[in-house]
Structures are given as C-alpha cells and as structure tokens.
Design a protein around this ligand. Sequence first.
Ligand code: CIZ
Ligand code: SF4
Length: 359
Amino acid sequence: RAGEVELEARILAAKEAMGERLVILGHFYQRDEVVKHADFVGDSFQLANAALTRPDAEAIVFCGVHFMAETADILSSPDQTVILPNLAAGCSMADMADADSVADCWEQLEELFGTEPDDAGRQPVIPVTYMNSSAALKAFCGRHGGIVCTSSNAATVLDWAFERGQRVLFFPDQHLGRNTAKAMGVPLERMPMWNPRKVLGGNTEQELLDSQVILWHGFCSVHKRFTVNQIEKARADYPGVRVIVHPECPMPVVDAADEAGSTDYIRKAIAAAEPGSVFAVGTEINMVNRLAAEHPEHTIFCLDPVICPCSTMYRIHPGYLAWVLEGLVAGVVRNQIGVDSDVASDARVALERMLAAKP
Ligand code: CIZ
Ligand code: SF4
C-alpha cells in the first residue's frame, strides 16, 4: 500500500514536470493503477489515433503491448518518441506470426498459385493482418497488396480483399478470421488453417486451391479460455443475461453468445442498454471490472469466473511507468520503440488501405 502511494506520487510529479511535452496512452486491458494516469484510454487503434491529436507531445508513453507501441511509432511524427514502459510486454498472439514463418508460407503459396492475376484482375492471394501483429508483418502486407484490419472493421477489410484477390491469407488470429468470414457466408470447408510447422501448412494442395480464406494458426491465450459451458452457466444463473464476447474467442463461443464485437462495440452496447441489464462479457478482466464500476446501473461480470488478465499487458507495472517518466524528466529516454523507416513506410501503406476501405 505505502509503496503504491509513493509510486503514484512519483508518477504524478513526473507528469507535472513534463506537462504538455508528454502524452500517456492506456489500453482498456491495463490495470487501474496504470489507467488512472492515462490521458487517453482506448483500444490499440484508437490510441494510435489519439497520439496524433497531440503533435506537441515529444514523448508518447504507451501503456499497452509492443505491437501497439510500434503502430503508434509508425503513425506518429518522426520527432516524437514512443516509449513502452516494460519491453517484456509483448503479445503472444502477435508473436505467433513471426517473419520467417510468414515468408516461408508465402513462398509455398506462390509456388502453388503462381503470381499472375486471374481474368478479373484478382491476385492469387491477398494477405490481411490483424492489428495485433508486428510492424514487420504489417510491412509484409503493405508490400504484397495486403491490408491491416481491427476487430471493428474485419468484415469491411475482408470485402476489400475479396474484391482484389482470389483468396485471403489471414493472420495471426484464426478465431477473428474464422468468425468474421463465417458471418460473411464463407463455408468452413473453404477456410483451411496454416500450421507453419508443417509442409503446406498441414493441408493438401487441393484444400488450398479450393480455399477462400487461409487462416494462420494463431490465437489469443486470454480469449481462448472462454467456453460454451461458461455461457450455459451464465444463462442458467441469470435468465435474460446478454452474453457479449470478443471475436478473438473460439467459434463455438461466438456462436453461443448473443453478440460478438470489439472492445469498442462492447463498451457502446453496455452504455446504450436499459438500466438494470445483465451482461456476461467475454474479454479481458481489467476491462470488464472497469465497465462494471462505470455502470453501477447494470450487473456486469466476466464469463470466466477465474481471474484472467492478459499476462503481458499486466507487465506494465506502475513502477515501470514511474521509471520511464522520471527518465524523461531527467532527459533520458528509456525503452524507446523505434520502427525502422523502410518497415514503417511499408506498414503505413497497409494501414492507409485499411483507412480507405469503406463499407
Ligand atoms: O485483444 C486485444 O489485444 C485487443 C482488443 C487489442 C486492441 O486492438 O485494442
Ligand atoms: Fe495479445 Fe490476447 Fe493480450 Fe490482446 S489480450 S495483447 S491479443 S495476448
């Protein structure tokens, strides 16, 4: 406790000393002791955009995970410095699509499908990456006619890709890809999964030739914990409960829920509901607890009764926040995230395609 109070005082003093030269961004999945110091709270893309509204801030301290800080660095101006308070705050899902495995997959696909467009001018494969991926993977998509998506715009982005390609290679999250494509009417038989440890990803040539969406094998270890059993239990305990889950959850869970949507969707659905509503939410616990505190007029609980924070988000301890902020006050930049300029410009191409892809 005493330690917490002291840390908080150190953070506040450093913020005060930095004034307008500093902006602190806090992801929805961060713990309260960190979020309370954030100038903006949001999902990864909202936060990258929030940074753009503060061109005067020379330092952007991103309380989130590595790929988010990279995206902020790609979109911010060259004289802004992006800082990740703990460099060990990665994302296990993003790490599942490493550059070597992706390059190897692409080579095998090019060999199978060729590189020539069909009569309608569609490329053999359009790569689509979820925002939750490394800058290197976003750059790969930029270089190969591909695009980035978020969990809010995945269907719009897939439409964009289906217009331009005979099929899509979707990374890193199999669940977001499968749930989105299924809702758009793509049959499951046409969504083989690519396992990078196997030749042709573990598929036959025919399965790949018939595919419409090839799903990378990645997943989120937080969202894959939600189960249909938990939904059945919530419905039994709270008749009339609204079950909302994130589309990173496995397909049977999304199918059994009342609704699936991004963190932004979940927040808006709860804010718009009649007072006295009951929500069982399938996403990270810090966000669910905060929603419950912000909306005492509703009953809101996490679908998983066992506390399940995102363990890498949790690595942003207030102690690291104090340490990087005090560094800035002393003129020392600690834990800077800098994306190489070639990578950043290719990644920006894929991000800009996403912004231009309108429903
Ligand atoms: O699951 C995550 O990490 C999310 C929702 C990230 C994001 O885009 O904010
Ligand atoms: Fe990655 Fe899942 Fe954590 Fe999001 S919640 S940062 S996808 S591990």
